[in-house]
Design a protein around this ligand. Structure first.
Ligand code: LLP
Length: 427
């Protein structure tokens, strides 16, 4: 599913579903995140179809886009949630999610976060180390409850993706070495405050082939069989998130391309009693959003042309951080303007502040541009760097548009800050 299907041009003007983007820019200003509700639903439906009739749970990876309206949409569609912080737990509960459908990942769970999740009664903790298992057991005991445990194992497979978003290799900080997992399960079994429920892995993000998943699956199934021989039975198998999307010319697998062989392997190995969990983030929201920005200036130098826009690395960090490629399209077609090659850059005082490089664009100062595939890891990674208020977010549904997060004000930038008491500083 590409951005194009829900953000398409009509009479030379790019629309979000049925709304012309210039209208949204007029109403809410720029930079502006615009999401398509139909695109969110279509992305969800692909997973829903792939798990139909199976014991499976799709837990949306909240970090990709954690706006309450997005969470609420997925909650209504029947999603579970994969969270990585107490903040994300509070968000999903505020969006109406049942804690029974929440799994908690992350290498550094703090004591207050564990307490909060135990009190809420979440589905399971994806435990990433021996030290975390011990902390979880202590806290559960102290609270007089049993903590549902799934070990996140590191299967040591190469997901063939950007090193910053590859997580299943031995050298990564994530998970427990798969060879050390049995010992840890034995330890967990001994503890009265722990209840073993599953096994988990997450090998990386923006994965565009199925084979790394199947390699990981094979290793996990062997682990599960070994545990069963010792009388340790698991109820679920969580393969994490990671399915890629099309940013440019990628051809990522469809959820069914991943899930069909998974179900087949479980069946073949007599493990069909296991519930299958996935934790997709990007593939549910990535192409459901664009970042709308306005060209402030066109600047020509001897070696380069720059389109300086009002969005920047603080709004969309992916190009600066991963050299990620996002499509850039002018919102209005200008037949009378000759295309030129531009670097699309923001106003921030860093050379790394670029959104796209060497793009042929027929544009003039004041034009609107849509930065495509910005629904995942866009707003959720945004900051206020250079004291820039964070962008507004809008959710479009046919001819309706909801402002799901107003633009931050200048006052918001420092409303929480305090100047030390003058007398004390000078004395
Ligand atoms: N589960 C776990 C444990 C994760 O760490 C992640 C993402 C997901 C699920 C969701 O993965 P997805 O389906 O979205 O690939 N900021 C980077 C991506 C970082 C992904 C971190 N973990 C980017 O903009 O490309």
């Amino acid at each position: 599913m590409t951005t194009a299907s829900y953000f398409s041009a009509r009479d030379g003007i790019l629309h979000a579903e049925d709304i012309p983007l210039p209208e949204l820019a007029e109403r809410h200003g720029t930079p502006l995140y615009v999401y398509s509700r139909a695109a969110l639903r279509a992305a969800w439906q692909a997973y829903a179809d792939a798990i139909a009739g199976r014991d499976a749970l799709v837990c949306y990876g909240v970090k990709a886009n954690s706006n309450l309206a997005v969470l609420h949409e997925f909650q209504r569609l029947g999603a579970g949630f994969d969270i990585v912080s107490g903040g994300e737990l509070a968000r999903v509960l505020a969006a109406g999610a049942s804690p029974k459908r929440v799994v908690f990942s992350g290498v550094g769970k703090q004591a207050w976060e564990i307490r909060q999740a135990l009190a809420a009664g979440i589905k399971c903790f994806n435990v990433e180390s021996a030290a975390e298992l011990e902390r979880l057991a202590d806290i559960a005991q102290e609270m007089g409850v049993r903590a549902p445990v799934s070990l996140r194992v590191n299967p040591d497979v190469d997901a063939h993706t950007h090193p910053y978003i590859s997580t299943g290799l031995k050298e990564n900080k994530f998970g427990v070495d798969i060879h050390k997992a049995p010992a840890l399960y034995r330890q967990a079994r001994q503890h009265p405050a722990l209840e073993i429920v599953g096994v988990d892995c997450h090998i990386g993000s923006q994965i565009t082939e199925i084979s790394p998943y199947l390699d990981a699956l094979d290793k996990l199934l062997t682990l599960i069989e070994g545990l069963a021989d010792e009388g340790i039975t698991l109820r679920h198998l969580d393969l994490g998130g990671g399915l890629g999307i099309r940013y440019t010319d990628e051809t990522p697998p469809h959820p069914a391309d991943l899930l069909n062989p998974v179900f087949a392997a479980l069946h073949q190995r007599g493990l069909h009693h296991l519930q299958v969990i996935l934790e997709p983030g990007r593939s549910l929201v990535g192409n459901a959003g664009i970042l709308l920005t306005r060209v402030e200036y066109l600047k020509r130098t001897e070696v380069r042309n720059f389109a300086i826009v009002d969005a920047a690395m603080n709004d969309l960090m992916r190009p600066a951080l991963y050299e990620a490629w996002h499509g850039v399209v002018p919102v209005e077609t200008r037949a009378q303007v000759a295309p030129e090659t531009y670097d699309v850059v923001g106003p921030i005082c860093e050379s790394g502040d670029w959104l796209a490089r060497e793009r042929a664009l027929a544009i003039e100062q004041g034009d609107l541009l849509a930065i495509q595939s910005a629904g995942a890891y866009g707003f959720s990674m945004a900051s206020q760097y250079n004291s820039r208020p964070r962008a507004a977010e809008v959710l479009v549904d046919g001819q309706d548009a909801w402002l799901i997060r107003p633009r931050e004000s200048i006052h918001d930038l420092f409303a929480q800050e305090r100047v030390p008491h003058r007398d004390k500083v000078s004395s």
